[in-house]
Design a binder for this molecule. Structure first.
Ligand code: SF4
Ligand code: MG
Length: 334
C-alpha cells in the first residue's frame, strides 16, 4: 500500500483571553491510499481540529504550532494559499456536518455542482451538467434531471448531504475527509449515507477519513480506527483490534457507551462519566486520568505509545508490562 497522508507531531492551539486552548497536542498517524479510517472521540477531543489542520483551514486565533502534514510525501503546512486552492476540493476534499452551511441557498443545485465540476475538471457546460446528473444518480438521488433545476431548500437534509458528498467526489479526490457527515440526519437517512461510504470503502482510488463520535458507524464502514481524547491519540488499530482487542480504558469506555439498537428515535452516545480535561491547562500526565477507573500514581506522568501489535498502539501505562514503547518517526520514544 502507498502512503497517502502522514501527520507527525501535530499541535494546534487557539489563543483565547484565558490562555492557549491546546486543542491538538502531538498527534501522529497516517492514511494509506484507498483506505477508510475512522477518527473517533467525544466533542472536544481534537478530531475536527485535526481534520481542519489537514485541510489548511485553521484560522486565527488558531494556529498550527508544531508538526508536519505530508500528502504523498509533500509537506502541506506552509503551502501558499494559491497552491492549496488547487489541492482542496480536488485531490483532498471535505464534507462537513451541516450541508446547509456549505450550499448556496439562492443557487440551483445543478449550477452549484457544475460550477465545481467545471472549475476542477475544465468541462464544457453541457458536459458538466451531464456529470452532475450522473453523480446525483450515483449518490442515490432519484430523478436527477429534474433535481438539478431545484434549490437547496427543495431538498431534504439527507439529500443535501448526499449532494455535498457528490460534489466532494466530483473530482475523484485521493482523500475525502468527512466530519460527522451523518450526525445531523435521522436514522433512515444515516443508513443511506453509510451505504455511500461503504461503496467508497471498496473504491481503491479514494481514501476516506471519517470523523465521528459513533463507533457503530465506524464498525460499518472503516478498516482502521484512531481514538482521540483530550487532543491526543489514545489508541489506534484495525476495526478488529478496536472492537475485539481494545486496550485503552477510554476505548473500552466508548465501546460500553455504544447505544443499544433497540427502540426507535435518535441514537445517542451515552457519555462516559466525568468531563474531558481543560485544554487551557491540560494535565501533564494521562489526559484520561480523571475519568479512568484504572488510574494509578504513575498516570500523573504521560505514558508513551505502547506497541500492542502490528498497527495497534495504546497510550496507556497498563500496556507497559507486556508491550514495548513505540518509536516516533523522529526516533524518540514518545
Ligand atoms: Fe488510565 Fe493510567 Fe491508562 Fe491513563 S495511563 S488510561 S489513567 S491507566
Ligand atoms: Mg467536531
Amino acid at each position: 500500500t502507498e502512503r497517502l497522508l502522514s501527520v507527525d507531531g501535530l499541535r494546534v492551539s487557539f489563543r483565547t483571553r484565558d490562555g492557549d486552548n491546546q486543542a491538538v497536542r502531538g498527534v501522529s498517524f497516517h492514511i494509506d491510499a484507498g483506505e477508510t479510517v475512522g477518527i473517533v472521540g467525544e466533542s472536544g477531543s481534537g478530531k475536527s481540529v485535526t481534520a481542519k489542520a489537514i485541510m489548511s483551514l485553521i484560522q486565527p486565533p488558531g494556529e498550527i504550532i508544531a508538526g508536519s502534514i505530508e500528502f504523498r510525501g509533500e509537506r502541506l503546512n506552509d503551502l501558499p494559499e494559491k497552491t492549496w486552492r488547487k489541492l482542496r476540493g480536488n485531490r483532498i476534499s471535505m464534507v462537513f456536518q451541516d450541508p446547509m452551511t456549505s450550499l448556496n441557498p439562492v443557487k440551483r443545485i445543478g449550477d452549484q455542482m457544475t460550477e465545481v465540476i467545471r472549475r476542477h475538471r475544465g468541462l464544457k457546460a453541457d458536459e458538466a451538467l451531464a456529470e452532475a446528473i450522473r453523480l446525483l444518480r450515483e449518490v442515490g438521488i432519484a430523478d436527477p434531471e429534474r433535481r438539478v433545476r431545484q434549490y437547496p431548500h427543495e431538498f431534504s437534509g439527507g439529500m443535501r448531504q448526499r449532494v455535498m458528498i457528490a460534489m466532494a467526489l466530483s473530482c475523484s479526490p485521493e482523500l475525502l475527509i468527512a466530519d460527522e457527515p451523518t450526525t445531523a440526519l435521522d436514522v433512515t437517512i444515516q443508513a443511506q449515507i453509510l451505504e455511500l461510504f461503504k461503496q467508497l470503502k471498496a473504491n481503491p482510488d479514494t481514501a476516506v477519513a471519517l470523523i465521528t463520535h459513533d463507533l457503530g458507524v465506524v464498525a460499518q464502514v472503516c478498516t482502521r480506527v484512531i481514538v482521540m481524547y483530550g487532543g491526543m491519540i489514545m489508541e489506534e488499530g484495525t476495526v478488529e483490534d478496536i472492537f475485539y482487542r481494545a486496550q485503552h480504558p477510554y476505548t473500552l469506555g466508548l465501546l460500553r457507551s455504544v447505544p443499544k439498537r433497540a427502540g426507535g428515535g435518535r441514537e445517542r452516545l451515552i457519555a462516559i462519566e466525568g468531563t474531558p480535561p481543560d485544554l487551557l491547562d491540560p494535565p501533564p500526565g494521562c489526559p484520561f486520568m480523571e475519568r479512568c477507573p484504572h488510574a494509578m500514581a504513575k498516570c500523573a506522568e504521560l505514558p508513551p505509545m505502547f506497541h500492542i501489535g502490528p498497527g495497534h498502539r495504546s497510550l496507556c501505562w497498563l500496556a507497559e508490562d507486556d508491550h514495548p514503547p513505540e518509536k516516533s518517526a523522529s526516533g524518540d520514544v514518545r
